[in-house]
Every structure is written in structure tokens, then in C-alpha cells.
Design a protein around this ligand. Structure first.
Ligand SMILES: NC(=O)C1=CN([C@@H]2O[C@H](COP(=O)(O)OP(=O)(O)OC[C@H]3O[C@@H](n4cnc5c(N)ncnc54)[C@H](OP(=O)(O)O)[C@@H]3O)[C@@H](O)[C@H]2O)C=CC1
Ligand SMILES: O=C(O)CCC(=O)C(=O)O
Ligand SMILES: [Mg+2]
Length: 460
């Protein structure tokens, strides 16, 4: 693949491209990683750094400490979101934007330069990006996942000792959600009420036997495709993760009692794949009861399924019974915020979008617009997504430093809070407000929190 030419970007003059060939990644000591800082809390505003800048500073410190300069991430900053529109379409008015076809609107926020850079360099770290609600262009976060076939949305959630999370089972949470990223209602096949296409579709559905008792003429309609191929590759990724990490279970989470041929089929295809490709590693929950007296044989991964509504209560009441969860797109979106909340909030919820040949690391949360430019939001989720990036690069020493230093920062805050009110907490508002006797106001800024993590890295 030849290096792209850009309209406005300049590729780094140092660093080496990460490559993927024959199913294998080759990672140089100076990988070029595309950096999209994001909108809202992700963006730098004037000289106030956003959470992405704060997170990158910690990642660089961890890599430097771990490898003393022999390894280094070379960040290639490209634009997406508001920054892209400012740089690539500075004169585009809101009215002119609305008049553009959807793809033109998307291009204003996600320019070809950025797509080319990611297509070439294959690995990225991304802050959150805004999506208009109820109209306008399709989510560019979702667009990136579809465009580069980043089919596995991998969202690990664990408890950090010292965080005074409101859920008293928080310390039992250690789950990794594998959310299918390229199907379901996120395909964007939607028909607005009253449009010609919607009317045609209603007429077609009438022919198919669906009367006004189930479908009104006026109904907006969304389509939910779920295929065996895309289900299988996601479930394969989830089970392989459980095998590699020697985890006890994989749960297929679905709403198959209601959506039988989409979510129900997801469950069936998931079990089929588990039995066909991982027979030596897995036992199904049914088999545990039928053949093994209710106790899983040692070393086997139990593959089970739960209906989505039940799953939401199970993660709260019996979190230690769930380890890896594989689920269609919409369930995974809801579930990842809910599981994150159990351990103290979405400010720490890391994630990655992984395909066969490209990977984009990004937090679970969004742009939290009310905190834009305030240096208040928690950079932890972007930072921990960056730690997943370091693990992906096989730089485990650096990833460990980040995780250990985050733990040390929370342990320190816990000790300070236990010593009584009025102490200095080096954690952001969202974590500070959970400590009894402390409130949001006691929280440190995003940059103070990041600097404290760097301080702990320095001591390790
Ligand atoms: N991958 C992506 O880029 C994503 C983008 N989005 C987009 O983001 C925009 C805003 O979405 P919204 O629904 O408000 O959800 P957000 O996740 O942006 O924010 C919801 C709330 O979560 C808390 N929160 C989020 N991030 C942090 C953080 N880093 N530190 C501390 N607290 C945090 C805040 O809670 P509190 O109010 O309690 O302080 C915030 O008000 C939308 O346009 C949405 O489409 C949403 C999700 C993912
Ligand atoms: O793209 C968006 O705006 C929202 C995406 C989202 O909520 C997620 O990926 O979890
Ligand atoms: Mg979400």
C-alpha cells in the first residue's frame, strides 16, 4: 500500500507504520498511531487541555519509564468532529451544511484526509465525537466502525480498589463486553415517517400481511439486520479472549424471546460456533446441569445465555457470575454504560474497536458537553483505552505501569478520604463525589489527576 497524499495533513517525519499481513501484526518500536482528540471534553479549548491530551501525556510518560526511550508512540494527529469542520470547511454555514446530502455532512466532520490516515496506519486512539439526535448525519463513531469493519467493540470493566463506588458488589465486577459493532439497528436503515420510502415500505409490509393493528401508516421504521457470519466472528473473538485469559464463562446476551430471528438467532449461532470451534475448551450451561451434576468441569469455559432484561439485574446482583459477555450492538451499548456505572462511573470505562487488520481505541463515554473546556472530566477512560492500545502493541510493561499508577492514585484518595474530610483528593469530580464527606467540589482537575498518575509512574 502506498502512502496516501493528503489535502491538509502532514504525515509524521519520524515513526514507522504498524502493518498487518497474513493475520499477523508487526509492531515497530516507534509505531505511528492516528490520534483523534474528539469533541466536547475530548477537545483542547484555547489553552485548556481536554481529556485526550491529558491521557496522551500519561501514556507517553509510562512508555518512557518502561523503555527509557527505546520505544515511543509517534502520534499522528488528524481531525474529526468540530475541529475537522473548522479546518476543512471554515465557511460552511449551518444552513449550507443541512442542505448537503448525508455523505457531504459526514465529510465535513470526518474528512477524507482522516479516513486515509487511519486506513494507512491502521491503529488509532480516539476521543468522543458528537452525534446529532433525530436527524442530520449518521454517527461518525459508528461510521468509522462500519467503514473499517471494526466488528468487535471490546469493553473491559473492572473495579479499582479505593474507588468508593455506590454498588456494594463493585469489587466483584470484572467483565469484558464484546459488542457486535457492524450490524443491528446501527446499520442506519431507517425510514422517516411520511417519506416516500417509508410509505413504500409500509405498503410492502401490508402485502406481507402486517395490518394497522401492528403497524400504523405513520410509523417511522428502523431495520435490524443480524447475520450468522457477523455473529460468528464476534462470538469467536469473545470466546478466544476467554480461552487466552483462562476466564470462567462467556454469556450470550440477547432479547431472543421477542426478536426471534435476529437476537434469538444470535444466541443460536453463538452456541453453534462455540460447539463447532471451541468444543475442547467449552461446556454449555445446559450440559453442566445435564451431564456434570451442576458443576462445571475444571478448566472448561461455561457458555451460557441470558435474556437482556434479566442480564441488567444479574450484573448488579450477581456480578461475579459474569466474565465475558457477547451481545448484539444495541444491547452492548446499553450494557457497557450500565456495567461501568457499577464500578464507579463511565469516567473509567475503556474500550477498543477491533477488526481483522485495524484497531481504534476509544472510551465508552461521549462528549459530556457541559464539561467542555472546564478541565474537569475524568481522563481515565481515554487513558485506560490507551493502556489497551499499549497491550495491543504488546507493550505490557508500559500498560502495567498505567494500570498500577491509576490504582495507586485511587488508593491514595481512599486513604486521604478515610483520614477525614478536607484532604486533597487527586481524583476528578466524578470519583471524588463518591467518597463520604467529600463532594464534587473536592475533585481535582483532569490535568491534576493525570499529573498525579504520572507522579506514581515516576515512583514505580
Ligand atoms: N464513542 C463516542 O464518541 C460516543 C459519543 N457519544 C456522543 O456524546 C454526546 C453526549 O452524549 P451523552 O449522552 O451526554 O453521554 P456522555 O457519556 O457524553 O455523558 C453523560 C454523563 O456521563 C458522565 N461522563 C461522561 N464522560 C465522563 C468523563 N470523562 N468523566 C466524568 N464523567 C463523565 C457525566 O455525568 P455527570 O453529569 O453525572 O457528571 C456526563 O454528563 C452525544 O452526541 C453522543 O452521541 C456518546 C457515547 C459514545
Ligand atoms: O456514536 C455515538 O454518538 C454514540 C455511540 C455510543 O454510545 C457508543 O459507542 O457507546
Ligand atoms: Mg454508548
Amino acid at each position: 500500500m502506498t502512502a496516501p497524499t493528503y489535502d491538509k495533513l502532514t504525515a509524521p517525519t519520524s515513526g514507522t507504520r504498524v502493518t498487518y499481513d497474513g493475520g499477523k501484526w508487526t509492531i515497530p518500536n516507534d509505531p505511528i498511531v492516528v490520534l483523534l482528540k474528539g469533541d466536547g471534553i475530548g477537545a483542547d479549548v484555547g489553552n485548556v487541555p481536554g481529556i485526550t491530551t491529558a491521557a496522551v501525556k500519561v501514556l507517553d510518560a509510562a512508555v518512557k519509564k518502561a523503555y527509557g526511550g527505546t520505544k515511543k508512540v509517534v502520534w499522528f494527529e488528524a481531525e474529526a468532529g468540530d475541529e475537522a469542520r473548522k479546518r476543512y470547511c471554515p465557511d460552511l454555514t449551518d444552513d449550507a451544511l443541512k442542505a448537503l446530502p448525508e455523505d457531504g455532512q459526514r465529510a465535513a466532520y470526518l474528512p477524507d484526509d482522516t479516513l486515509k490516515a487511519f486506513d494507512y496506519y491502521k491503529v488509532g486512539l480516539k476521543g468522543p465525537l458528537t452525534t446529532p439526535i433525530g436527524g442530520g448525519f449518521r454517527s461518525i463513531n459508528v461510521y468509522l466502525r462500519f467503514k473499517f469493519d471494526l466488528y468487535g467493540c471490546v469493553r473491559p470493566v473492572r473495579y479499582y480498589q479505593g474507588v468508593d463506588a455506590p454498588n456494594r458488589n463493585a469489587n466483584k465486577v470484572d467483565m469484558c463486553i464484546f459488542r457486535e459493532n457492524t450490524e443491528d439497528v446501527y446499520c442506519g436503515i431507517e425510514f422517516k415517517s411520511g417519506t416516500d420510502k417509508q410509505k413504500k415500505l409500509v405498503a410492502f409490509l401490508r402485502e406481507m400481511g402486517y395490518g394497522p393493528d401492528v403497524l400504523l401508516d405513520s410509523a417511522g421504521i428502523g431495520i435490524k439486520p443480524i447475520s450468522p457470519e457477523r455473529t460468528r466472528r464476534l462470538v469467536r473473538m469473545a470466546i478466544q479472549y476467554a480461552v487466552d485469559k483462562k476466564l470462567p464463562s462467556v454469556t450470550l446476551c440477547h432479547k431472543g424471546n421477542i426478536m426471534k430471528f435476529t437476537e434469538g438467532a444470535f444466541k443460536d449461532w453463538g452456541y453453534e460456533l462455540a460447539k463447532a470451534e471451541f468444543r475442547d475448551h467449552i461446556v454449555t450451561e445446559d450440559e453442566v446441569y445435564k451431564d456434570h451434576g451442576g458443576k462445571a468441569p475444571a478448566g472448561k469455559i461455561v457458555v451460557k445465555d441470558r435474556i437482556a432484561d434479566s442480564m441488567f439485574q444479574q450484573i448488579q446482583l450477581r456480578p461475579d457470575e459474569y466474565s465475558v459477555i457477547a451481545t448484539p450492538n444495541l444491547n452492548g451499548d446499553y450494557l457497557s454504560d450500565a456495567v461501568a456505572a457499577l464500578t464507579g462511573g463511565i469516567g473509567l470505562a475503556a474500550g477498543a474497536n477491533i477488526g481483522d487488520g485495524a484497531a481504534m481505541f476509544e472510551a465508552t463515554h461521549g462528549t459530556a458537553p457541559k464539561y467542555t473546556g472546564k478541565n474537569r472530566a475524568n481522563p481515565g477512560a481515554v487513558l485506560l483505552s490507551g493502556a489497551l492500545l499499549l497491550e495491543f502493541l504488546q507493550w505490557f510493561e508500559a500498560a502495567n505501569l498505567v494500570n498500577k499508577a491509576v490504582e495507586a492514585t485511587f488508593a491514595e484518595a481512599d486513604a486521604t478520604a478515610k483520614a477525614g474530610p478536607g484532604g486533597k483528593l487527586y481524583v476528578t469530580y466524578d470519583i471524588a463525589r463518591q467518597f463520604p464527606g467529600y463532594g464534587e467540589g473536592a475533585g481535582a482537575s483532569s490535568t491534576e489527576f493525570a499529573d498525579r498518575i504520572i507522579h506514581h509512574i515516576g515512583k514505580m
